[in-house]
Design a protein around this ligand. Sequence first.
Ligand SMILES: Cc1ncc(COP(=O)(O)O)c(C=O)c1O
Length: 447
Amino acid sequence: MNGFSKASALIDLLKGWPNPALLPVVQLKMASSGALTDPDISTPGLLYGPDPGYEPLREHIADWLSHFYQPPSRIPAERICITGGASQNLACILQVFSDPVFTRHVWMVSPTYFLACRIFEDSGFHGRLRSVPEDEEGVDVEYLRKALHQSEMKARAEGNTHPTLKPTRPWSKIYRHLIYAVPTFANPSSRTMSLRRRQELVQVAREYDACIITDDVYDMLQWPTDKTATEPSGKHARLPRLVDIDRTLDGGAEREGSDAFGNAVSNGSFSKIAGPGCRTGWLEGTKKFAWGNSQVGSSRSGGAPSQLTSTFISNLIESGDLQRHIFQTLQPTYARRYHSMISAIEEYLLPLGVTLPQTSRDVVGGYFLWLSLPAPMQAEEVARRTQDEENLIVAPGPMFAVYGDEKEVDLERKVRVCFSWEEEAMLAEGIQRLARVIGRMQKKRRT
Ligand SMILES: Cc1ncc(COP(=O)(O)O)c(C=O)c1O
């Protein structure tokens, strides 16, 4: 017994899943039954598909993204390749575009989506993942530039000038460096990278032959910070993705003299806007990159993943049901959940010295909030005590460290809390329980 009476119901602010009430079951039922009752859809849906994926879905995604991101010209479907979701496709990108010796390092913005680390390690990058710190604007590009320079000097001194483990193939290239980031409403830091940093990151990637892989999986889950605001609308992105910047900056990714593979790719996913069980997503990159990605061995053998689900999602976008679900259900519901949690944070945690990043944004989004605890509090101890004393689960900062380079960025005093999974009525209560633990720890220190 620890001497505290456990609060009755478990509150889980760690789990980064959508609450079951937010799954578009009815819409998917209609979309799937429409697909399965029309042989023109069900037959291709149940057979092997084309390598870049179900063509109507590629077209619908291209139109839908063009509308949301509003790039200077429509996104052609050839820039899109259907995937089994962001995680599965990260593995595919590594299979086609990296060589575990020639590709020197994977540069990961830290804190990072920790589950990506294993995907990199599975592809031979154990010991070569590197943390890149963030500041209030997002990734620290100057830090990255210096580190890339040093890495290049070392590779040259070691004579690492050509890929040795992967054959040369016309549909692919092997990049010297990989950069991994979640630029908008990041998991876990909730930060959004500024436009200036996005542009600088693309420039540095071009200088060092790096491929920036971004998981743009939360972009559409956005709402105004001001609870009473009617504008801005959530129907358009506030910032271009890195892949959009690479497409146009200084002559674009396919500028004269370039190899036309580009230096940024976007991993999109239906996990957060339809349901993670769909295991369906898309890659956007240059036409050459998207085609190369579709030539990964596992897609050459039978076509892109998620063929049948692609037909359902294609119907879902064509009918406008997915867009309505995002704009009329997800955005307002997550906004309400966010505001409930943030009000509790303002009332109970800020007075204890807890702080939040990027507090002056007018649009926020995603699934998470990122708390900095007052010194010398340690997040892992706080997380242990919230579980033992308050039946509350939170995610301690060190969980989001880059594997093998944990020390470069200090995450000891950070805590991630998620507002997408737990019942809405429990979010404020969860924050109050966290505040009670922090308050008790502070009191103990003073006595
Ligand atoms: C940053 C990030 N990338 C990828 C994923 C997983 O995406 P998918 O389900 O499409 O593999 C998540 C889910 O939590 C995530 O937060």
